[in-house]
Design a binder for this molecule. Structure first.
Ligand code: FES
Length: 107
């Protein structure tokens, strides 16, 4: 039996509240999400917990489309959520939409 999955867009910030290449933590219910504005102007959102030892990715260093975990420097692709080799793992990613200068995350 198939089951419909309900999704919703939740406003998390205005565009100008998210500086370039600096992460911001947002909490939706009990989900901790790290949102980033890349130098390209794109927005990305991932679970705010590194798969290694739960480091807060919103405090990591952003480079291109990747974030480096602030604790032990694992490199994580902000589009796929994949940890880059030689390390291994992944984080959940979230779709981000910008409408009328407001940033929404699809949950
Ligand atoms: S907690 Fe992220 S690299 Fe160790």
């Amino acid at each position: 039996m198939s089951k419909a999955i309900e999704t919703q867009l939740i406003k998390v910030a205005n565009v100008d509240e998210i500086p370039n290449q600096v992460g911001k933590e947002v909490i939706i219910d009990n989900l901790e999400i790290a949102i980033f504005r890349l130098s390209s102007g794109k927005f990305k959102a991932v679970e705010n917990k590194c798969p290694h030892k739960q480091g807060p990715l919103s405090e990591g260093i952003v480079s291109g489309e990747f974030v480096f975990c602030p604790l032990h420097d694992w490199k994580i692709d902000l589009t796929s959520g994949d940890v880059q080799k030689p390390d291994d793992g992944c984080v959940r990613t979230y779709h981000v939409e910008v409408r009328n200068n407001e940033v929404f995350i699809k949950i």
